[in-house]
Design a protein around this ligand. Structure first.
Ligand SMILES: [Cu+2]
Length: 715
């Protein structure tokens, strides 16, 4: 990769598999301790959790991109679990330079202000396997009569789903596992049994069941449940065993295919190019990557060569559940901790993305010592919405038509986090607007329906309660509008009462612009339910032709409600959810609004976003907008088998506001204009009239392939 033809966007590129291998090799030789492959590691071992790229600082990157400075050295971030130490901990190293590392630097204290206690570590796949093994071999055999009689338990027909967080205070690692019939779509087949496992000990043989829940009653352990069952004191509500395909939860279509659905194609091939991690179209260009934890991130987004955004990235996705079952009621998933990026899987042509989209592979090194490829896990395409970006038909004075197809460039990936799937879109429009959109689909998770369950959701199956929950998503948007330094300006409208100048005895309620500079972080932090000016934009130092500060406006489409009461002891861990929009001074020390260590110790958050807001002056500074969007999900019958994307999407828009002198889409070669004097059926007058000649061939579609089921470890 280095050497001749090194492209600027590679500054932001994810690690190549070769680079990952070099980092692992280097660590194995240089850490001076035995490392076990994480897929085999006990809690009491040392292992590499993940390796990802360590991006250069913004100053370094811009020095190289804009000022002809030296190319920043390629570096990796390696996260290592040290379980085999007197003081077990997680350590983060910067390893470099790549491709042949020679040094590693422990950045943990500098990055987090202290060491990372071991109990904060995300749970490894191996640890889940060990918990499943513990339940199967040690815990369940103490309640075999109960399990056999009530669930036909045969050692394999129950599946467990983890909840999180895992306890009530720092150091706890007590996880409620809800049990389901192990069939296709098992999330919809709860059996009413939930088990609280204490897996805090690094010695697996010390793990214990701390509590058991069955059908509304709590028991000290499975032994007690078994004995009460044998004495006939357990109220049993058996669930009928689901067929292997899941029955109502099956995604098998209930109808045979008929005529193919409409397809899009590009008559003259793609009008964009994808080279390595860079996408270029006739107006847009950007670099992309996938962070192991947080997912898609885009850098150096330019419209007609001018940088608009330095970085836009997903920060975290959170869901808070309600239920009358223990696992459900304690669930506050922070998906970044499980890994939004690493669970980005191969996309299916024609369904997940347009059939003819460009598909890109991604590579990860997580919980293993060998890189794993996720084929076709990002797609890029130009999407014709089939509707106008703008149009006007004139039948007054002169007769003409003018319009422009709304065709936008899209980058998409889809992350599957256990039961549900998030579709992440970044959409680039011809008028200079950017949209970051997320849609939720996949299976809901559910609780066993008993007692007052209907206070926490709708019944969606025999004994299945679709439990109420929130979806909140946080984005980081580092806008650089007409330069790095910007100011936040708010415009809105207020009515003023005035006497009509020509008739003073009459009042006119006149809308008037209100304008304000939000000059401190506190003024630019908008709580969820606060009144936010309807126009908020990042203003540049320069002006457009009409004398207005050039700007890009932030517009949020969200249905989010309260993320969690601030009285909750874990609220600080997700305090990004307090704000629909917060603008802070950009700092290298505040790279993310959340942390993978927050999920398992939200009571002592490793990163507390609320601390970023400390009333600093934000006039003419490098600024970052942190934006929360989301919606409430009350699952209902039509969420079976899957939640649909329709209506379950939220967005943020970045739109030009006096940035240009005129709508830049007027320069689009797709524009159409003809008058009543012209023959609109002639190619030279109207290029759409050429389509029947130039675009009437059948598209040549590549054969369908899918690599989504390779190299998967089953948990
Ligand atoms: Cu949902």
């Amino acid at each position: 990769m280095p050497g001749m033809g090194w492209e600027p966007g590679l500054v932001f590129a994810d690690l190549t598999p070769e680079e990952m291998v070099q980092v692992v090799r280097y660590l194995q030789h240089s850490l001076g301790v035995p490392l076990v492959d994480a897929s085999q590691a006990n809690p009491s071992d040392n292992c590499i959790y993940y390796v990802d790229v360590q991006l250069p600082t913004k100053a370094e990157a811009l020095g190289f991109l804009d000022r002809g400075g030296r190319r920043p050295p390629r570096q990796a971030l390696a996260v290592v679990y040290f379980g085999n130490q007197p003081d077990p901990n997680v350590t983060e190293y910067v390893v470099g330079p790549l491709p042949k590392p020679t040094t590693h630097q422990d950045i943990t204290v500098q990055k987090y202000g202290g060491k990372l206690p071991y109990h904060r570590r995300p749970v490894l796949g191996k640890e889940y396997e060990q918990i499943a093994g513990y339940l199967r071999r040690t815990a369940f055999p103490t309640a075999l009569t109960f399990l056999n009689r009530v669930f036909d338990y045969d050692g394999t027909n129950l599946a467990a789903l983890t909840s999180a967080p895992r306890g009530f205070q720092s150091g706890d690692r007590n996880t409620w596992f809800a049990l389901f019939h192990n069939v296709s779509g098992y999330f919809l087949h709860p059996v009413g049994l939930e088990v609280l496992v204490d897996h805090s000990s690094l010695n697996v043989s010390q793990w214990q069941v701390r509590k058991v829940f069955y059908n509304g009653q709590y028991y000290e352990d499975l032994v007690q449940l078994e004995s009460e069952f044998q004495q006939g004191r357990v109220k049993v509500d058996p669930v009928t065993r689901a067929p292997p395909d899941g029955g109502f939860s099956s995604m098998q279509p209930r109808a045979p295919p008929r005529a193919p659905f409409p397809l899009q194609y590009e008559p003259h091939g793609p009008r964009y190019s994808v080279r390595n991690n860079q996408v270029v179209s006739w107006v847009w260009s950007f670099a992309f990557g996938v962070n192991v934890n947080t997912g898609i991130r885009l850098f150096d987004i330019r419209f007609k060569g001018e940088r608009i955004v330095y970085e836009i990235s997903v920060q975290d996705a959170m869901s808070v559940y309600g239920s009358n079952c223990p696992g459900g009621m304690s669930t506050r998933y922070m998906d970044g901790s499980f890994g939004i990026g690493r669970f980005t899987y191969p996309l299916v042509r024609g369904v997940d993305c347009p059939y003819s989209a460009t598909y890109v592979d991604t590579h990860y090194l997580v919980e293993t010592e060998t890189p794993e490829m996720h084929k076709n896990s990002i797609c890029i395409f130009e999407q014709n919405s089939g509707s106008p970006l703008r149009r006007h038909y004139s039948n007054l004075q002169s007769l003409y038509y003018g319009g422009l197809t709304n065709s936008a460039l899209v980058l998409r990936s889809i992350a599957t986090l256990g039961n549900y799937d998030y579709v992440w879109d970044f959409i680039f429009y011809q008028n200079g607007a950017i949209e970051a959109k997320v849609q939720a689909t996949g299976y809901m998770t559910s609780s066993f329906l008993y007692g007052d369950g209907l206070d926490y959701g709708n019944r969606v199956g025999d004994r299945t309660l679709g439990t109420v929950h929130t979806h909140s998503i946080n984005y980081k948007v580092d806008l650089d509008v007409g330069g790095v330094n910007n100011t936040v300006v708010a415009h809105d409208m207020a009515f003023e009462s005035v006497q009509a100048p020509w008739s003073p005895e009459h009042q006119i309620q006149r809308p008037r612009l209100t304008k304000a500079v939000l000059d401190t972080e506190d003024k630019a932090a908008f709580r969820l339910h606060s009144n936010m000016p309807r126009y908020i934009y990042f203003a540049a130092n320069g002006e457009n032709k009409w004398g207005h500060q050039r700007g890009y406006r932030i517009q949020i489409v969200s249905f989010a409600g309260k993320h969690l009461p601030e009285t909750s002891l874990m609220e600080r861990a997700i305090s990004w959810g307090r704000y629909k929009l917060a603008v802070t001074k950009r700092k290298e020390e505040e790279p993310t609004s959340s942390s993978i260590y927050n999920q398992n110790d939200p009571w002592t958050p490793t990163v507390a976003f609320a601390d970023f807001i400390n009333n600093e002056t934000i006039v003419n500074e490098d600024l970052v907008a942190w934006i929360t969007t989301g919606f409430l999900h009350i699952p209902h019958a039509e969420d079976i088998p899957n939640t649909v994307t329709v209506g379950n999407g939220v967005s943020i828009f970045l739109r030009p506001y006096n940035y240009y002198d005129i709508d830049p889409s007027i320069y689009s070669p797709d524009g159409v204009f003809f008058t009543s004097e012209q023959d609109s059926s002639v190619c030279e007058v109207n290029h759409i009239a050429c389509l029947s000649k130039s675009a009437s061939c059948l598209p040549i579609l590549p054969p369908f392939t899918y690599d989504g089921f390779q190299n998967l470890t089953r948990l």
